[in-house]
Ligand binder design. Structure first.
Ligand code: CDP
Ligand code: CDP
Length: 226
């Protein structure tokens, strides 16, 4: 692609996708795009509008008419919905617990996947999500599938929450993660699965640095091939 490779990073909740994707993007001078933030943005707007989570038609219409934009900053990216910053708001617990329902709606996926493909079309991008390697960028030169044990992932989310002053019990977080993974893996349209040509990395006992260098190695191999 004109601006460089397309790098797709998929995997279950809290496997470390966004953390390492940002660092990998920085290392290669690529753009970082968090597709989960787009699903979260539509979910936040759905909740704020008082729309019920089973109103597929209303939520689809809302997805079609909502402007989502990103602005890079030193911590990754800021997220805007219709011009209003929602970077923090889209991480709220009620959004996290509702996002899988919104992400299962066919028209919502169609709309957001098309926008994601457009953002990535010239390459030079690291895009993370659930269906990037399988559906959004099926021809991505680099596909990574990040996994980690659910206990480790709950522990990571727990630590993240503590830093934000939130103290949700560890077992509750683990149940929330399991429920979301189940919904994301079992939905009809583009469920969370590893693409056949993806490189799987188990990050359970790896540091962030180790994961970043494992991915950088895959990218460098690919760059040498081209
Ligand atoms: O909480 P975490 O950072 O792991 O999740 P996220 O990447 O922010 O994604 C939130 C939710 O959006 C996921 O649980 C999926 O339901 C949905 N999603 C999706 O369906 N497809 C994507 N490409 C990205 C996210
Ligand atoms: O995007 P995703 O939901 O896959 O994960 P994340 O939001 O990047 O969160 C992962 C959390 O685990 C962050 O707090 C990281 O600091 C931490 N972590 C990691 O990402 N990778 C490791 N190898 C170890 C810890």
């Amino acid at each position: 692609h004109k601006n460089g490779l397309q790098v797709a990073i998929d995997g279950p909740a809290s496997a470390g996708k966004s953390t390492v994707a940002k660092l990998v993007a920085k290392q290669f001078g690529y753009v970082y795009c968090d597709t989960g933030a787009m699903y979260r943005a539509i979910t936040l707007k759905t909740i704020e509008a008082g729309i019920s989570l089973d109103s597929d038609t209303k939520i689809s219409k809302l997805a079609m008419t909502t402007k989502i934009s990103f602005e890079p900053d030193e911590n990754g990216q800021r997220v805007f919905v219709d011009g209003k910053e929602v970077t923090e708001d889209i991480r709220q617990e009620d959004v996290t617990n509702s996002v899988s329902a919104v992400a299962a709606i066919a028209n919502v996926r169609q709309e957001l996947s098309a926008r994601q493909a457009e953002i990535a079309k010239d390459g030079g991008i690291v895009m993370d999500g659930r269906d990037i390697g399988t559906t959004v960028l099926p021809n991505a030169e680099v596909k990574i599938f990040l996994i980690a044990s659910v206990a480790e992932r709950a522990q990571r989310r727990y630590k993240e929450n503590i830093q934000k002053g939130i103290n949700t019990p560890l077992d509750e977080l683990q149940l929330e993660i399991e429920a979301r993974d189940y919904k994301d893996s079992h939905r009809k349209i583009s469920p969370l699965t590893k693409a056949k040509d993806a490189v799987e990395i188990d990050t359970t006992s790896l540091s962030i640095k180790e994961v970043v260098s494992a991915i950088a190695k895959v990218i460098n191999n690919q760059l040498n091939v081209n």
